[in-house]
Design a protein around this ligand. Structure first.
Ligand code: TIU
Length: 229
C-alpha cells in the first residue's frame, strides 16, 4: 500500500475519504481503570464488563494500523501523584466514598504510574507510539496532542476507545473545532450504557456529520485491504 494514495471507507452520513499517511488512529483511554474490576469505572457504579467487547476489534485494528506503518496515538485519563492537576469539582463529584487518588485494588485510582491507570495489556503501546496523559475527558485539554498531530502532518483521526459518550465524544468535539475530520468506529468504542452508545454515535453523525463520521472496523480494514479476522 502506498500510504499517500487516498482511500475511501463506507461510513455514515457518507463516505469517509482519507490519505493514510495523514490519518492517525487515536485510541482513547483503554486503561485498566475503565475496563477491569476495582478501578475508576467500577467506583462510579458501572459494570465494566460492558466495555470489554471493544478489546478484540481494537486489537485487530491496531495490528492492521501498525502493519501498514500508520500513526498510532494512545491516551490515558489520569492525574499527577500529588493531585495538583485534579480540580476539586472532579474530585468530589458523585459523592463516592472512594475518590480519585485513593488506594484501590489496582493502586491509587486514576493516578499516573499506578497499575490501574495503565493501558490494558491487549493494546499496550509500542515504544514509538505517543501516549497522551490527559487530566480531563477531552484529549486536547491541557495536553500536547494538537502540536504532535500538526508536527506529524495529521489531518484526520480514526477514533476508538472508551467511553463513547464521555471521553470519545468530548475528544471528537474538541478535534472537530480544531479542524480534524474524525471517524468513530462503532464496534471499537464502548459505553457502560447501551442507550448512550447508540446516542453518542448518532450525535456525531447527525446533521450531515456535525462532529464527524461513524463506521466500523470491518469497513476500515476492508479499505486498508486487510481482512476483519
Ligand atoms: N465515566 C465515563 O464514562 N468515562 C470516564 O470517566 N472517562 C472516559 O470516558 N475515559
Amino acid at each position: 500500500m502506498n500510504t499517500s494514495d487516498p482511500l475511501s471507507v463506507r461510513a455514515e452520513p457518507y463516505a469517509y475519504d482519507f490519505v493514510p499517511a495523514r490519518c492517525a488512529l487515536l485510541i482513547i483511554d483503554m486503561q485498566r481503570d475503565f475496563l477491569e474490576a476495582g478501578g475508576f469505572g467500577e467506583m462510579l457504579g458501572n459494570d465494566v464488563s460492558r466495555l470489554r467487547s471493544t478489546i478484540d476489534p481494537n486489537r485487530r485494528l491496531l495490528t492492521a494500523w501498525r502493519k501498514a506503518g500508520l500513526q498510532v496515538i494512545h491516551t490515558r485519563e489520569g492525574h499527577r501523584p500529588d493531585l495538583t492537576d485534579l480540580p476539586r469539582a472532579k474530585k468530589i463529584r458523585g459523592r463516592s466514598t472512594m475518590r480519585i487518588g485513593d488506594a484501590g485494588p489496582m493502586g491509587r485510582i486514576l493516578v499516573r504510574g499506578e497499575p490501574g491507570h495503565d493501558i490494558i495489556p491487549e493494546l499496550y503501546p509500542l515504544p514509538d507510539e505517543p501516549v497522551i496523559d490527559k487530566p480531563g475527558k477531552g484529549a486536547f485539554f491541557a495536553t500536547d496532542l494538537h502540536a504532535i498531530l500538526q508536527y506529524r502532518g495529521i489531518e484526520k483521526l480514526v477514533v476508538t476507545g472508551v467511553t463513547t459518550e464521555v471521553c470519545v465524544n468530548t475528544t471528537v468535539r474538541e478535534a472537530n473545532d480544531r479542524g480534524y475530520d474524525c471517524l468513530a468506529l462503532e464496534d471499537c468504542v464502548g459505553s457502560y450504557f447501551p442507550e448512550f452508545q447508540e446516542m453518542g454515535l448518532r450525535m456525531i453523525k447527525a446533521q450531515g456529520g456535525i462532529f464527524g463520521w461513524v463506521s466500523d472496523s470491518a469497513r476500515i480494514l476492508a479499505a486498508l485491504g486487510q481482512d476483519a479476522d
